[in-house]
Design a protein around this ligand. Structure first.
Ligand SMILES: C[S@@+](CC[C@H](N)C(=O)[O-])C[C@H]1O[C@@H](n2cnc3c(N)ncnc32)[C@H](O)[C@@H]1O
Length: 279
């Protein structure tokens, strides 16, 4: 992906998180800074989300992936994790409000153009930078995560948790496997949470039509989806890299865990959220 300015999809994801606070009252994922970092008027955010009911599924998915990642992080901190790396952070607010942040060194990694924009947004919103935080501007397609994190003072001997939310679909397969290979090889041990989608040709006709509409929209923004995974092949490849546990929630598991009382039929295929660990 070539950026001329900050990532437009990072702004879109932040709008969904803010709308989730207003329309679902943060039921799945509560973020007291979601509106503040966005810097947009709450009535406009709520109205625009309500005017676009087909965006609900993506809004809930974004709330779920963030909640899943932060719950897994909290459990990992209890088991000894002391570093958090937020890959493709966008307007993620964990470093500024997260319950476990005092026990962590946090590295926010993002494309330089998006990270510079976020830093301006933080200043404009008067959100202070916590002492635990280090920014690491890295373009995953042009430089290795290893070199970028090394420059930022990352300690590979410490057990580390990586979140990588809403990024994998935009990257080449080569960039994805190079990053996962680095994470799997860390001597201190590592956990990673990322989301991905089943290949479009495996979706039901309804889901495929919705997928194509969204894919056209992100492509118009200059950030096309280029990467999909078949779950069994992905799991096998992760285990081959050295991950010892893989937890992968597809649409039915996500619905059962986060919306158990919602009586709608759930497709088998669609967006997944996955946690893998080497220890
Ligand atoms: C859809 S946004 C998700 C942002 C955030 N994780 C969230 O959930 O709100 C995609 C993020 O991936 C980052 N990204 C995409 N391609 C990248 C690249 N080649 N190098 C670094 N970051 C990249 C963008 O800058 C953006 O922050």
């Amino acid at each position: 992906m070539q950026f001329e300015g900050p990532s437009r999809t990072a702004l879109g994801a932040a709008r969904h998180r803010a709308a989730h606070q207003l329309l679902e009252f943060g039921r799945i994922f509560a973020d007291p800074l979601a509106l503040r970092i966005l810097g947009e008027d709450s009535e406009t955010v709520a109205r625009e989300a309500e005017e676009n009911p087909s965006g609900r599924m993506m809004r809930i998915f974004i709330a779920v992936r963030t909640r899943f990642a932060e719950d897994a992080l909290a459990a990992a901190v209890e088991r000894g994790v002391r570093q958090l790396v937020i890959l493709g952070a966008g307007l993620d607010t964990y470093a500024y409000r997260g319950a476990m942040r005092q026990r962590l060194r946090v590295f926010e990694v993002d494309h330089p153009a998006t990270q510079a924009w976020k830093r301006r947004r933080l200043t404009e919103a008067s959100i202070p930078l916590p002492p635990c935080l280090t920014f690491a501007p890295i373009d995953f397609e042009r430089e290795t995560l290893a070199a970028g994190l090394d420059d930022a003072g990352f300690d590979p001997a410490q057990q580390t948790f990586f979140t990588w939310l809403g990024v994998v679909p935009y990257l080449t397969e080569e960039a994805v496997w190079s990053t996962l290979g680095f994470i799997a090889g860390l001597p201190g041990g590592a956990h990673v949470v990322f989301d991905y989608s089943d290949p479009p040709d495996s979706l039901t006709p309804e889901m495929r039509a919705l997928h194509e509409k969204r894919a056209a929209r992100v492509a118009e923004l200059g950030e096309p989806w280029v990467n999909y995974f078949e779950p069994d092949q992905l799991r096998a490849k992760l285990m081959g890299l050295g991950f010892r546990t893989v937890e992968d929630l597809g649409p039915p598991q996500i619905a059962a865990r986060y919306s158990p009382n919602r009586a709608v039929s759930i497709p088998e295929k669609g967006g997944h959220i996955l946690r893998a660990a080497t220890i």
